[in-house]
Structure formats: C-alpha cells, structure tokens
Design a protein around this ligand. Sequence first.
Ligand code: SF4
Length: 480
Amino acid sequence: MNVHDSERLSGLLESTGLVPQQPGDGTADVVVFNTCAVRENADNKLYGNLGLLAQVKEKHPDMQIAVGGCLAQKDRETILRKAPWVDVVFGTHNVGSLPALLDRARHNNKAQLEILESLEVFPSTLPTKRDSVHSGWVSISVGCNNTCTFCIVPSLRGKERDRRPGEILAEIEALVADGVIEVTLLGQNVNSYGVEFGDRLAFGKLLRACGGIEGLERVRFTSPHPAAFTDDVIEAMAETPNVMPQLHMPLQSGSDKVLKEMRRSYRSKKFLGILEKVRENIPHAAITTDIIVGFPGETEEDFQATLDVVAASRFASAFTFQYSKRPGTPAAELEHQLPKAVVQERYERLTALQDRICAEENAKQVGRTVEVMVTAQSGKKAAETQRLSGRSTDQRLVHFSIPASGETPRPGDLVTIPITEAAAFHLVSDPASLAEYSVRRSRAGDAWDRAQADSCGAPATGPSGTKGVSLGMPLLPTRK
Ligand code: SF4
C-alpha cells in the first residue's frame, strides 16, 4: 500500500513540473519521506534520516522536506518538534494535498501540518507514476474494519472504504491500454470488499470481471483475511484463467489461544481448511503467509502450534516477524510481553523450518515448464551468470539463461522455459537448446521499448513545448 502511495506522490509531484532526481543532479528541490508505522524501527530510521538532511538543508535552505504516511498520521506535531527543519507533514488521508502544502510552506516560509481523520478523495483518482511498465497496483479499498490487537493500521488508515467496481475496472482498462499486462488488486482486507455497498460476494465478482478484460494476462491480489474467505472467491480464482495460481493468506499464529488474543476470528482448523479447498480447486497454487512470533503471552505450546500449522501448510514462502510493540495498539498494553531472547530463539526455529519447506517445495518445481514474465531487475549474480529474471504465474522468482541464438526478451515479455534447478528462494532455468525456450513478445514489452526511447531522449511528442516525462505518464511540462 505504501509503495503504491509513493507512486501517487511521484505522479503528483511530476504533474507540478518536478522531475525525479538523477545521480549528479546536485541537491534535490524536494525530498519526501513516505513512512510506515507497522514496525518499530520506522521512527528511528526516519529521525536518523531527517538528522542527516538537517546538515544539507543548512547549506541549501530552499530544499523542502516533507514527511507523510502512517508515521506522520500517528506522530503529527512530534515530527515538527523533533525536526523543526521539516517543511510539510501530511497524513494518510490527504496524500493529494502534498503539492499545495509544499507551495504554502514556501510562500509563507512556515512549516505546514495537515492531517485529516478520514479520506476525502479516494487516492486512485490522483496521478500515478508507476515504477513498472508491465505491472500495476490497483486499490480496491482502503482502511480496515477489523481490530487485530497488534495492528496500528485501523487507527492510521481508518475504516474500510470501498471503491465502486466500475471505477476499479475502468482504471484496470486504462492501465491495460497503457501496456500493463499484470495488476495486483490492493486492500487491507480484500475479501471484505463490498461491505460498504452491501454485497458480500463483490470480491469474487470483481475477480470474474477482471477475467473479461482483454489484454490483461495476470491478476493477483493482496491481502485477504482468513475469517471472511468464502468459497465463492476460491471458485472465482479457479474459474478465471487470468487470476494467477497464487494466494497470500496471513496466518499470524497457529495457536487458537493466541489468535483469540490477537482478535483474529478464525482458528487454525478453519485456516487449514481454506488451504485444502484452494489446493483442491487450484492444484498448483503457491500459498504464502505472514507469521508473528512472540505475541505477548505466547507459550512454548502456542509456538509449537504455529510450527505444526506451518509444517502442515507447506507455504511456498512466509514473511516472518518478531512481535514488536506498537504504542496505541491494545497488544502493547498486554501483560506478559516476552523477553527478546525468547522471541529470537523461536523466530530462528520458525525460519529454519520454513526455509526447509521453501527449499523442498521449490525442488518439486524442477522439471516443470513454466511461463515467466520478465522483469527489469535481475539477480545479484546476473553479471556473472548472464541470467535474466522474472516471475512465474505462481509468483516464484526464476533466473533464466538464453540458449545460443535465442531471442533476448524485453521486460514485460513472456518466456516459456523448463525449471532446471531450485534453491530455497529462487528457481533456475538453463534451457539446453532452443527447443526448450520460447519468447512471447507482449504489449508490455512494447511499452518498455517506448519508455526506454523516451528516457533516452528520443523525441516523444507532446503538447506544444513540453518535454517528456516517461513511464507511461501523459507528457508533462518539466521545471528543469
Ligand atoms: S485485518 Fe490486517 S489491516 Fe486489518 S487490523 Fe488486522 S492486521 Fe490490521
């Protein structure tokens, strides 16, 4: 959600004439921090970075610094008190005000603080500068009506607000027209989508409607909640060919007692039942999860229950977190906060188990033929191995080589290749010959070519007198 908000902030700033800073450009005119408050060290990182910028600002007083996002929503005046050289503090509900606040701060020569308590404009109506030409995020809802006791999100992002299906589909169609072939539907709790306009089956219907969008090849979503995950969503996933065989289903804990304390209303049996149904309907689905270790009061027995559910679930991968106390959440007030050493030791046992499962599940992929969408980023060893990278339909990371005389795909193109090796966190494909390798050029690859041409200074035609800002945005005047 924050990454997507950052794309909106970039889009907004570009629409005012600013351009992204490049190495060697000197001091930036504007620096924006889009903060997250989910984990504890966000505060320390922010103030550390602001401290470094104080020295820069002393030498370049015209540089403006803005702080937005969840931490700004939570800390508000504290940021200006601790870092009075900050020019703008804005919250999660008024991302769209950033350009106006920067102008006002400059004009009045005074820091501006604006935090709204609820959403005024659904953020999807704001301009966006996408990081990728082939994939796009699409918000279907913001906020959350749940009250998980460890989570700061509801107090910072507010109650769930659902966007109308017609608007969502129109945004996806516009992205597809721009070259995007993959979208990820975003919401704090996607399967409760529709609660605001009274349609419990709205999320499944939305998935099916995505299936009717011509040119849209891959649909993903994050995150669902196990409590309200209904069979119609599983059926919609199975019956809609462009909905990918992948599911992120947050477990958080395998102990029913801890789940109750977390105020998460499903139990481990229900969770395992969902996975079983998903696998019955979508046999190759890769299922991933989130797990918190060391929630207050978690006993060794509770932790063992988590290990048991993890062992039974065979997750393709897991985001594992050590519980960190977030002031303002009910769990922060609970007794029996666990010592760091206990949490660390359990965390290591959990990651050792999950890493072993990741390796075993990936090993099962060897010999399969997969379709991979090529991404612009390659692996760390790309220079040495000469491999490109991409994501399979089930979202596994695949590094692949091109056989002699094979066509080089562009980011966004699709290659069909055999998996020849597996590691815990990635797969490798070294096709033995051209017979094992094929490239399907896609509209996303064409969009990549256009974006490259634009950013290399090749003329991109726009409204009279404008210089191009690329990445699929309409052409905008630049301030440079
Ligand atoms: S469902 Fe997710 S966003 Fe909502 S309160 Fe629980 S953890 Fe937070």
